[in-house]
Design a protein around this ligand. Structure first.
Ligand code: BGC
Length: 754
């Protein structure tokens, strides 16, 4: 027997013994066999660094990383994907290292793997938790079949600033919706049985407050108080823990002066303490090292010490733990207990994934072929894409389009683009694989469709990065052709917005209008043909005041993924009646940002948009306070009528509950779905409270003329907040209940909490 076979044999024997014990016992037993270096190795994560099925690296950094893999000094890899590659790397860890501990393979499965789902912000607009869960579950299935066993998702950062490019990765501005979406996605990724070859471990990120980056500039400082931290930022993370999430990722930002990577209050006191989270925390990419740039650690060694003390268990790509922890321990600057605790947490997840029983659990070539791009996954992307579309405006019933007898002009840089709809996080997907709007519309053969790009796209490849297209900002030569086309047709469908990488990490912007000459194109086309349906493709709220005033129909279609064009065409033709609702406010002006519906009243609230008769109230001299399109807004091809709220009682004792109900009638001519939204206001508190907070919603479907009673249970739990005494409690007194179609609902009913 050669050395490798002996190692593998030992691995099998150890596993036989492990099979009889509880996970915690197995972890303890394995830990007792590990050297200090092997322990620290588990806390080390490297990015994929060479073609693993090719020759072994001969020198430099790659060689060191390879040697670390073979000596058990790596706990996880990221960005290695595909069964062949994953298997090759797993083999090095399992067959060459002394203890043969299997690796975790992490990947940013943000909105799909090879088959791309809508961006998470779009999916949140569906308010359809089953569809969101199914999307996560099928993405996990496709990625798991390609060797991945851990996703860096869901991103659960609450965010109020559309300048921040990463709003596309989250569920928007509301902690209640954000918490339910977080839980749905965790359940989707992890499933009922983590050791199934179709489920993977999830990671809630970015812990914490990354979405509050000052001025919406990515990676920027965050300075918020405990009130906002606990009431707005933390709830979705807590929901992820309650849903049984296995890992957390911390964040690049500093929070009130402490880089999140070293924040013991967040990671040790709250997450691992109060919330009793038993999984592990991975740093963000290089965020341990970046603490030097933050001006928090004077060198790599101190950064390693701060990160460990702060609660970071695994080091993503800083190579600081692997190089500095041993010395820090010997110098007495960190304790072995903390290292042991981190390693135990990491090993536990590996056991739970079933990797010790079969390190190649996710490495089945046959399954990989069967599952990649399977019909079931494609159908699910189409389904959730349709559900994610929000009808912002529809005047004169211009939508749905007539199925025959119309000449349609399709105009815009994104109308035939098969790459932008894939959005930003699509590392494993190929360019040019989305169904374009042109292709989607062409399936409705009875109408004649003519297409003009109007504004061109240019190809660019930022250094060392994916190939991208950009919207041309210098060449106006396409405008004339588009105008000529618009003159000849009955209806113009214009597809405008952001190219796929215009939002996402590092893509903050200070201008949120339509990029390039798109606004000019829109206005010129409108001069010759007012029958315009504007389809927006974008990763964040845009500022579209002119369109909102002048264009009769506006459809928010985000970046919807692989089936984008089919979903959009089915909505435009009324085969699918849209029911999406905005998970983020759409501003009127960049100067309003940050903008969110659940704001505080201030000492000088006023009647927005009306002359308050004085200057000295909280407002702008040149713009309304309100958004252009509010949180929760979204129309349907039918109309819904709400009766006033009825409460089962106007008093509620702590520990008990009351019911709030309305009747809703579909007063239009077609069947439609409606997201019925419950908001509650706590008008006085020991700390000031938002003017309104989402506390429930139900997605219902009504036939024309049909009426349904919708009821919500309101209990003490729902009314709790982080108060002035830093307690999570419901305070006695009056509350107001609103039930309506969006966050602007005015009719309310009071009750008293006793
Ligand atoms: C991002 C994370 C991501 C990580 C690994 C970082 O730049 O902030 O969200 O998971 O890279 O790709």
């Amino acid at each position: 027997m050669n050395a490798k076979t002996v190692t593998f044999f030992l691995f099998l024997v150890i596993n036989c013994i492990y099979a009889q014990q509880s996970v915690d016992q197995k972890v303890e037993e394995l830990l007792s066999k590990m050297t200090l270096q092997e322990k620290i190795g588990q806390m080390n994560q490297y990015n994929g660094f060479w073609n693993f099925t090719g020759p072994t690296p001969e020198g430099g950094d790659q060689k060191i990383k390879y040697e670390h893999l073979a000596s058990g000094l790596v706990g996880s890899m990221l960005n290695v994907r595909g069964v062949e590659e994953v298997k090759a790397v797993q083999k090095i860890a399992v067959e060459e290292s002394r203890l043969g501990i299997p690796l975790l393979f992490g990947f940013d499965l943000i909105h799909g793997y090879k088959t791309v789902f809508p961006i998470p912000l779009a999916e949140a607009a569906s308010w359809d938790l089953d569809a969101i869960k199914r999307s996560a579950s099928l993405s996990a299935k496709e990625a798991a079949a390609a060797g991945i066993n851990w996703t860096f998702a869901p991103m659960v950062d609450i965010t109020r600033d559309a300048r921040w490019g990463r709003v596309m990765e989250g569920a928007g501005e509301d902690p209640y919706l954000g918490s339910l979406v977080a839980a749905a996605r965790v359940h989707g990724f992890q499933g009922e049985d983590l050791s199934s070859p179709h489920t993977i471990a999830a990671s809630a990120k970015h812990f914490a407050a990354y979405g509050f980056a000052e001025s919406g500039r990515d990676y920027n400082t965050v300075d918020i108080g405990l009130n906002t931290l606990h009431n707005m930022v933390l709830p979705p993370f807590k929901a992820a823990v309650d849903a049984g999430i296995k890992t957390f990722m911390n964040s690049f930002n500093d929070l009130n002066g402490i880089p999140a990577t070293a924040d013991a209050y967040l990671q040790r006191e709250i997450l691992k303490g109060e919330w009793n989270f038993e999984g592990f925390v991975v740093s963000d990419w290089g965020s341990i090292r970046e603490m030097i740039d933050h001006g928090y650690a004077k060198d790599r060694k101190q950064a390693g010490k701060m990160a460990l003390l702060g609660g970071s268990d695994m080091d993503m790509e800083s190579s600081i733990y692997i190089n500095e922890l041993e010395a820090l321990l010997k110098e007495g600057k960190v304790k072995l207990d903390l290292i042991d605790d981190a390693v135990k947490r990491i090993l536990k997840v590996k056991f739970e994934l079933g990797l010790f029983e079969n390190p190649y659990l996710y490495c089945d070539e046959v399954l990989e072929k069967q599952i990649t791009g399977a019909e079931e996954i494609i159908e699910a992307t189409l389904d959730v894409a349709k559900k994610s579309i929000v009808l912002l405006k529809n005047e004169n019933r211009i939508l749905p389009l007539k199925k025959e007898g119309q000449k349609i002009g399709l105009i815009g840089p994104l109308a035939a683009d098969k790459t932008s709809p894939l959005g930003n996080w699509r590392i494993a997907a190929d360019n040019n694989t989305a169904v374009s709007v042109l292709e989607g519309l062409q399936k409705f053969k009875e109408n004649q469709i003519n297409y003009a790009q109007g504004v061109k796209l240019i190809n660019k490849i930022p250094e060392g990065f994916h190939e991208e297209v950009d919207i041309n900002t210098t060449d106006q030569t396409g405008l004339e052709e588009a105008i000529a086309l618009a003159k000849k047709v009955d209806v113009v469908v214009m597809v405008l917005g952001e190219y796929g990488f215009q939002s996402g990490e590092g893509r903050s912007r200070t201008k949120l209008g339509l990029p390039g000459f798109q606004q000019e194109l829109l206005e010129k086309v409108a001069e010759v043909n007012p029958n315009i349906v504007l389809v927006l493709m974008n990763g964040r709220p845009l500022i579209i005041n002119w369109a909102s005033e002048n264009i009769p129909a506006i459809v928010e279609a985000w970046h919807l993924g692989t089936q984008s064009g089919n979903a959009i065409a089915q909505v435009l033709y009324g085969e699918y009646n849209p029911s999406g609702k905005l998970p983020m406010s759409f501003p009127r002006s960049i100067g309003q940002l940050p903008l969110y519906y659940n704001n505080k009243s201030t000492g000088r609230p006023g009647a927005d948009g009306e002359d308050a008769g004085s200057v000295f109230w909280s407002h702008y001299g040149d713009e309304k306070n309100s958004p252009l399109y509010a949180f929760g807004h979204g129309l349907s091809y039918t109309q819904f009528e709400y009766t006033p709220v009825i409460l089962s009682s106007n008093e509620m004792r702590k520990g008990s509950s009351i019911m709030a109900s309305v009747n809703i009638t579909n007063t239009g001519k077609v069947k439609g779905k409606e997201v019925v939204q419950l908001y509650v206001q706590d008008p006085y508190g020991s700390a000031t409270r938002p003017i309104k907070e989402l506390k429930g919603f139900q997605l219902i479907e009504l036939n024309p003329g049909e009426t349904k009673k919708v009821s919500f249970t309101i209990n003490e739990e729902l009314l709790k907040f982080y108060n002035a005494q830093q307690k999570w409690v419901a305070e006695e007194g009056i509350f107001y209940v609103f039930i309506g179609t969006d966050s602007t609902v005015k009719l309310k009913k009071p009750f008293e909490l006793l």
